[in-house]
Design a binder for this molecule. Structure first.
Ligand SMILES: CC(C)(COP(=O)(O)OP(=O)(O)OC[C@H]1O[C@@H](n2cnc3c(N)ncnc32)[C@H](O)[C@@H]1OP(=O)(O)O)[C@@H](O)C(=O)NCCC(=O)NCCS
Length: 217
């Protein structure tokens, strides 16, 4: 999700406007999901310094919306994320590797229409954790949460065409490449092309029947 739904000027009280088609207590608190390599859990304000350190370096942020530029900015983002979760519009998981207590990245899912029938997801990890299998581990948990808990029927992802790792990661997870969104993402004054990917709920359930046993808790 290059275009993060959070913007600094959104730091204001939220009101729940979404219709009640999503029925789950995830609005009260995100579930903790444990994979083989990582645990996913709700963002905490105390994650702000670690997320600032992990997500602001150029190699991480170059193909995504500019992350907050200060620890305080991440604290505001986390406050916003929790309010959006309570309003039933958005879910953001912290990625915590086994053996650690600090967050090294995040996965986020936002509804594209009320009730989450279609949604978009995005992700970022600190570069020290790239190529470790943590993406695929956490990504499976998040897509499963989207499909089985949020009732997402179509989960979209957009990745800059030039973002080799982002596109490679989506392909590995089983996302289907649909086409190029020309000049759809403004970064540093330049419009970049993005690849549009999707995962459909029925495809996900079919794939999960093959690999999912013992992975989803
Ligand atoms: C996107 C991200 C979470 C993926 O995590 P990761 O640990 O790097 O992903 P993985 O290593 O599991 O998978 C990436 C795959 O892309 C492949 N890849 C790397 N560069 C590539 C390139 N230029 N072209 C094609 N594939 C490429 C890798 O080889 C790997 O596949 P493999 O495991 O079969 O070898 C991480 O790279 C990241 O945080 N990037 C910065 C933020 C970002 O761009 N987010 C994505 C927005 S859509």
């Amino acid at each position: 999700m290059e275009k993060m739904p959070y913007q600094p000027d959104m730091d204001r009280p939220m009101t729940a406007t979404t219709t009640a088609t999503v029925t789950s207590d995830w609005r009260n608190a995100l579930p903790v999901r444990m994979g083989k390599k990582v645990t996913l859990r709700e963002l905490e304000i105390s994650d702000a310094p670690a997320l600032f350190a992990m997500l602001t370096p150029e190699e991480v942020s170059r193909f995504i919306s500019p992350p907050p530029t200060t620890v305080e900015g991440f604290e505001k983002f986390i406050t916003w994320a929790r309010a959006e979760r309570a309003a039933g519009r958005y879910a953001c998981f912290a990625v915590v590797p086994h053996g650690m207590s600090t967050a090294v990245g995040l996965f986020q899912v936002r509804q594209l229409e009320a009730g989450f029938a279609t949604a978009e997801w995005g992700f970022a990890l600190g570069s020290a954790f790239w190529g470790t299998g943590m993406f695929i581990d956490g990504g499976q948990l998040v897509v499963d949460f989207a499909v089985e808990t949020l009732n997402v029927g179509r989960l979209e992802a957009r990745a800059c065409v030039a973002n080799g790792r982002g596109n490679g990661a989506l392909r590995k997870l089983g996302a289907v490449q649909e086409g190029v969104l020309r000049r759809s993402f403004l970064k540093n004054g330049q419009f970049l092309d993005q690849m549009l990917w999707s995962i459909l709920a029925e495809e996900w359930r079919q794939a999960k029947a093959v690999w999912g046993q013992g992975v989803i808790h």
